[in-house]
Design a protein around this ligand. Sequence first.
Ligand code: SF4
Length: 91
Amino acid sequence: MNRRDFMKISGAAAGLALIPVCNVAVAADVPLTAEDPQAKALGYVAQSTVAGSNCANCAQAKGDVKALGCNLFPGKQVSATGWCKVWSKKP
Ligand code: SF4
């Protein structure tokens, strides 16, 4: 095995070692509720009443629609149909 092969294998092994850590972080996300103090402050609701505006098409949303995250609520999942005062259209 030459140095280049060793580096390729080492890099792949390091990447694989991180996958379980990432999965644990996603699994630890809990649904955001309207009772959460920060959610209350931002007027978060699980069902948007503003036509055409919801978490699924918000610039702050991240991840898959089935387990949508939000930059404002780390470690929490927001509803794809949700909304808060910070909503801005995804570019
Ligand atoms: S910032 Fe956007 S994605 Fe986050 S809760 Fe508000 S509307 Fe939803």
